[in-house]
Design a protein around this ligand. Structure first.
Ligand code: FES
Length: 284
């Protein structure tokens, strides 16, 4: 049975969502274009993380028995400041957690949610995994590549239309299954869902984002921006109940997702009872 998604309570929480895509591109040489800053360079640039961010880092670290366990939300905190995991961000995490730059880099380059280049105000992720691809995901991605590109050059994976971080800028990526196959084809903006998309609706959506609008997602929380979403993933939510309800809360379940459970309930179906069989011996 599909469980409705739990909405976190207001206040500070451990980050609970980090996606690792199987087969994610972890080619370290591809982290930065030739001639630009490399994610593995050891030189520490000027620290852009002020006292307020250090205080947040300490709050994150205090949630865990061992400081190194705080690395994933710390990387989201870094992205909430700079819109990507910069070399300075890696050095910041390493200093705070008593890790080496290489240890932090190894994690940051493994997970697809940690970006190696500055993102736009919004991150648009188009699912091009099998089911979405078959019912239009590939066509949506191609159309957005062409629409957001310039001078006849389509926008590439993880490339940004507009100056990264400025209003209306959009980073486009293709994504593996976004766990909404029953609503395919889907895309996400800053990890909020836009279900049952078409090429035209996707173009309308990115055009609205470029105009500074924030169209409501099909379900879930209202749309913020990439950095705002990253702060939430680091576990920071508005303390004020009303603000929290307005900015973070929202029903995330879909009718389609619950349909199977509903049918089973109406028809009295249930899963067979699991027999209490002892587990096989583990070989030494
Ligand atoms: S294949 Fe697109 S959400 Fe699963």
């Amino acid at each position: 049975m599909t469980e409705p998604t739990q909405t976190p309570e207001p206040g500070i929480h451990p980050a609970e969502q980090t996606h690792a895509a199987a087969g994610a591109d972890v080619d370290v040489k591809a982290v930065a274009p030739p001639g630009s800053e490399s994610i593995l360079d050891t030189a520490v640039l000027e620290n852009p993380f002020g006292a307020d961010i250090e205080a947040k880092a300490q709050e994150i670290i205090a949630r865990y028995p061992f400081s190194r366990s705080a690395l994933l939300p710390m990387l989201h905190l870094v992205q909430s400041v700079q819109g990507y995991v910069s070399q300075e961000g890696i050095a910041f995490c390493a200093r705070q957690l008593d890790l080496s730059d290489a240890e932090v880099s190894a994690v940051a380059t493994f997970y697809t949610m940690y970006k190696r280049k500055p993102c736009g105000e919004h991150l648009v992720s188009v699912c091009t995994n099998t089911l979405c691809a078959a019912v239009g995901g590939d066509a949506i991605y191609k159309r957005l590549q062409d629409h957001l590109g310039a001078d006849g050059t389509p926008l590439g994976h993880e490339e940004t239309a507009g100056e990264p971080g400025t209003p209306g800028s959009i980073t486009l990526e293709h994504a593996e299954c976004l766990a909404a196959c029953d609503l395919a084809p889907v895309l996400q903006v800053n990890y909020e869902y836009y279900d049952n998309q078409t090429t035209d609706s996707a173009v309308e959506l990115v055009d609205a984002l470029r105009r500074g609008e924030k169209p409501a997602p099909t379900r879930g929380a209202p749309l913020s921006d990439f950095k705002g979403a990253e702060l939430q993933l680091a576990g920071f939510f508005p303390e004020d109940e009303a603000t929290y309800r307005a900015e973070v809360d929202g029903p995330s379940q879909a009718v389609e997702t619950l349909r199977g459970a509903q049918l089973a309930q109406e028809r009295g179906w249930s899963a067979p009872v699991m027999k209490d069989v002892p587990l096989p011996e583990v070989q030494k």
